[in-house]
Design a protein around this ligand. Structure first.
Ligand code: ATP
Length: 242
């Protein structure tokens, strides 16, 4: 395997019990790339992300992160290694405040009070509405603010790789534009590598350098976003262009 890759997946097969969802997945991510995974509902996108973060075990295959084999490493250890995850549906603790939700993201870290305050300030500067709402219950936030909180919580673990499952789902276009701008800033200013699963293929291709297309649990196309946007199959199947 190539040492230049931050994440390398080799021949990954996975699923749930007797149900196989992913078939022979080969996937790489270089440091500071923004990469998207696109595909129809049920194609296996979330399952792939869950394998990377350690929530779903592989049937076979290998996952390497920073050149270390993490195939069977428990999820909390992967967070410590720098893999941050904002899951589909956000999974915030609605009965906790925004700040307590953010602090949950730092549970794996040993930190001083000053450090943690600096990190909270970083999140509040990144997602300005959250500062005013820090004592508000997460369940009372709008969808866009909840997404900010979920991404903020993932960032509190100080990831080198930020994985976001469905960035734009259910959000107004103006909110999505702001989130996209923030994601690009995270790569440019914090050197964070980004992996997103995104149902809005246009948004995915606009933000990503490269993309993988997953169909029925297999990767069928892998290319630069520019080339994917011009690909006949992508245009007709995912962008609605004849
Ligand atoms: P969506 O955008 O609809 O979430 P997806 O591409 O992310 O789609 P997955 O959520 O990975 O797809 O689901 C892939 C397949 O695995 C689907 O057929 C789904 O029903 C099945 N599946 C997902 N989670 C489980 C589970 N916990 N147990 C059994 N089957 C599951």
């Amino acid at each position: 395997m190539d040492n230049n890759y931050l994440l390398e997946i080799k021949d990954l097969n996975s699923g749930y019990g007797a149900i196989q969802v992913l078939w022979d997945i080969n996937f790489e991510l270089k440091s500071k790339e923004i990469v998207c995974v696109i595909g129809a509902n049920g194609a296996g996108k979330s399952t792939l992300l869950k394998c990377i973060v350690g929530m779903v075990p592989p049937f076979k295959g290998e996952i390497k992160y920073s050149n270390q084999n993490i195939t069977h490493l428990p999820a909390p250890e992967r967070i410590k290694m720098g893999i941050g995850f904002a899951p589909e549906g956000r999974h915030l603790f609605f009965g906790l405040t925004v700040e307590d939700n953010l602090l949950m993201g730092a549970f794996q870290r040993k930190y001083s009070k000053n450090e943690i305050q600096e990190d909270l300030d970083f999140i509040y500067n990144l997602f300005k509405p959250l500062r005013g709402y820090r004592k508000k219950f997460a369940g009372n936030l709008s969808g866009g603010e909840q997404q900010m909180c979920a991404i903020g919580r993932a960032l509190m673990s100080k990831p080198t790789l930020l994985i976001i499952d469905e960035l734009s789902l259910g959000l107004a276009p103006v909110v999505v534009d702001d989130l996209v701008e923030t994601i690009v800033k995270l790569r440019e200013e914090q050197d964070i590598t980004i992996l997103i699963v995104e149902q809005d293929v246009q948004v995915a291709l606009d933000i990503a350098d490269r993309g993988y297309v997953l169909e029925s649990g297999s990767i069928v196309i892998e290319d630069s976003s520019d080339k994917l946007a011009k690909n006949k199959h992508i245009k007709s199947a995912y962008l609605g262009i004849a």
